[in-house]
Design a binder for this molecule. Structure first.
Ligand SMILES: Nc1nc2c(ncn2[C@@H]2O[C@H](COP(=O)(O)OP(=O)(O)O)[C@@H](O)[C@H]2O)c(=O)[nH]1
Ligand SMILES: [Mg+2]
Ligand SMILES: [Zn+2]
Length: 302
């Protein structure tokens, strides 16, 4: 056997599931290989991200080299993770009550990155958020009532997560860690707000890691998704804002003026749909707030 065919047999594709101090851990058919990136990555100025699909060479003994990455579906800055397919937005109508604007902002970021948003109304043992549930269902989202206390909705949530690379997001205290622990008890995430606060320094510097759930889903366990501060109203978001509200789609392009901002303009078909009850007031209000924030974003790329 020549060298070429030996290395060929040891080349495989896998997913980067963890990155720590210069090593990429790639899940392959031969188990997880601890890889160093080839020098070429530095030349290409391309940083592999957790979530990337990569070509690796098995060097034996559980070690490998990361040779290239396959095209990405999307990438997030903070946390640095790629290829998220499903964004589970956790909200709560019990303490802490989630501001619908937060849901809409996170949903818009997810839409921008081509992640399917799932709106999860947790703590439904205390408050069921029926009105909001109706708003998001009508708007065309998957919405689910869950309770980490009673287990309600967990099966439905598992079904939605199945086989996908998922991330959980939502304001602090809504039950992200509690739900993740129910889905995968070995995560053993701390679940009270006090320890979350004490651990903040640790949390923000913590590495990104993907965890496999029973049923094949991969979860990015990363507190960074709790806020999309950096990604809010980016240049791209500004360019695309109306289409990031999926229920606006049937009306876009039919306003009287082609540059209609859909905020109160004459002959606006979005406002007409709003008046007729086809678009929820809270959703349009969030659009207007994001529009106002977007107006402060520079019209050029930095
Ligand atoms: N009653 C009730 N309490 C919950 C539920 N989910 C979480 N909690 C509680 O809410 C608090 C915050 O939960 P945690 O999982 O740490 O929220 P996180 O900040 O989003 O990760 C904890 O005291 C949990 O026990 C739920 O579905 N019902
Ligand atoms: Mg938590
Ligand atoms: Zn309009």
């Amino acid at each position: 056997m020549n060298v070429e065919s030996v290395s060929g047999a040891n080349v495989m594709t896998g997913r980067i599931i963890k990155a720590i101090s210069g090593f990429w851990y790639v899940e392959t058919e031969r188990g997880v290989l601890r890889c160093r990136a080839r020098g070429r990555f530095r030349l290409d100025k391309l940083t592999p991200l957790v979530g990337d699909m990569a070509e690796v060479t098995d060097l034996g003994g559980g070690e490998g080299s990361l040779d290239s990455i396959l095209p990405r579906k999307n990438a997030f800055v903070r946390p640095a993770v790629a290829n998220i397919e499903l964004m589970v937005i956790i909200a709560s109508a019990a303490v802490p009550v989630t501001d619908p604007f937060l849901i809409d902002r996170m949903a818009a970021v997810a839409e921008l990155k081509s992640c399917e948003p799932v709106i999860c109304f947790n703590k439904c043992d205390i408050a069921r958020a029926e009105e909001l549930y109706a708003v998001y269902t009508k708007a065309g989202f998957h919405a689910v009532h869950t309770s980490a206390a009673t287990g309600e909705g967990l099966d439905r949530l598992k079904e939605l997560l199945r086989g996908k690379l998922c991330a959980f997001t939502g304001n602090s205290g809504v039950g992200k860690s509690s739900l993740l622990n129910l889905l995968q008890p070995s995560l053993a995430l701390p679940t009270d707000e006090i320890s979350l606060k004490l651990g903040r320094g640790r949390h923000t510097t913590r590495h990104v890691e993907l965890y496999r759930l029973p049923g094949g889903a991969l979860i990015a366990d990363t507190p960074g998704f709790a806020s999309f501060a950096e990604e809010d109203v980016s240049f791209e978001m500004k360019q695309n804002l109306p289409r990031l509200f999926r229920e606006f789609a049937p009306y876009l392009g039919s306003c009287r003026f082609s540059d209609c901002a859909h905020v109160g303009d004459e002959g606006c078909s979005i406002l007409k749909a709003l008046r007729e009850g086809e678009i929820a007031p809270s959703r349009h209000e969030s659009y207007v707030r994001l529009r106002l924030q977007a107006d402060k974003v520079k019209n050029w790329r930095q």
